[in-house]
Design a protein around this ligand. Structure first.
Ligand SMILES: *Cc1c(COP(=O)(O)O)cnc(C)c1O
Length: 232
């Protein structure tokens, strides 16, 4: 088995262990493989091992890989900040977008999604720790944005995405960010009960995110190795 396939099975095992520890049903947490900066060949190896959902941050890089891996039925998730001139390609080539942070982007994705295509799955990104440097809406803007998005027929609201503030050593701080997100997710469910996705947890904080209710972890480094290109 190649190194990357070994890492995949180790991570899947960690996810199963964390689910069990948190008394959550087996399979309730999905793995999104975050493949930014890695060549298509690496993704193909993971796909051979059964990993079909990939997250990308940079549109042009993602489109190149989507073409190269066209023979596989992969599920593409856009997880980076979105400029409005990028929405047409995102609406056409992705199945999911995790980084919705304003109505204008949602409207453009809705209008540009091909009429015959399945609705685009979206998560609203919350700036959970109110950091100046992070994208995402403030918690108190959630209800208004949801109300405006729900009528858009070519979008399907699946839930929320967060990237907590960087707390390298402070587990309690990490946990608090996830708990805030979980509370908002529960609040969102009262507004629209069929949301099912709380996208949180990365290589450095995956088990805690699962304990606090994540349903989709976005894992890059622990799967592919250290990225050598600087990521913003
Ligand atoms: C890069 C990235 C990840 C993966 O981070 P790792 O620490 O490498 O696991 C997850 N989510 C988003 C939004 C990212 O940009």
């Amino acid at each position: 088995m190649t190194a990357i396939k070994k890492r995949l099975s180790a991570i899947l095992q960690q996810i199963r262990d964390a689910e069990q520890q948190a008394c959550r049903p087996k399979g309730s947490v999905k793995l999104l493989a975050v493949s930014k900066t890695w060549p298509a060949e690496r993704l193909r190896q993971l796909a051979e091992a059964g990993q079909l959902a990939f997250g990308e941050n940079y549109l042009q890089e993602a489109l190149d890989k989507i073409v190269q891996l066209d023979d596989l039925s992969l599920e593409w998730h856009f997880i980076g900040p979105i400029q409005s001139n990028k929405t047409r390609d995102i609406a056409r080539h992705f199945q999911w977008v995790h980084s919705i942070d304003r109505l204008k982007i949602a409207q453009r994705l809705n209008d540009q999604r091909e009429p015959g295509a399945a609705p685009l799955n979206i998560c609203i990104q919350i700036n959970i720790d109110e950091e100046d440097t992070k994208s995402g809406i403030a918690a108190d803007e959630l209800n208004a944005l949801v109300t405006a998005i729900l009528p858009l027929r070519q979008l399907k609201l699946r839930g929320l995405m967060i990237i907590p503030a960087y707390h390298d050593t402070d587990e309690q701080q990490q946990r608090q960010s996830f708990q805030k997100a979980r509370a908002l997710f529960d609040q969102l469910k009262t507004l629209t009960p069929d949301v099912d996705t709380l996208s949180m947890g990365m290589s450095g904080d995956m088990p805690i995110a699962i304990q606090e209710g994540s349903t989709m972890v976005r894992i890059g480094t622990a799967l592919f190795g250290e990225r050598n290109r600087q990521i913003t």
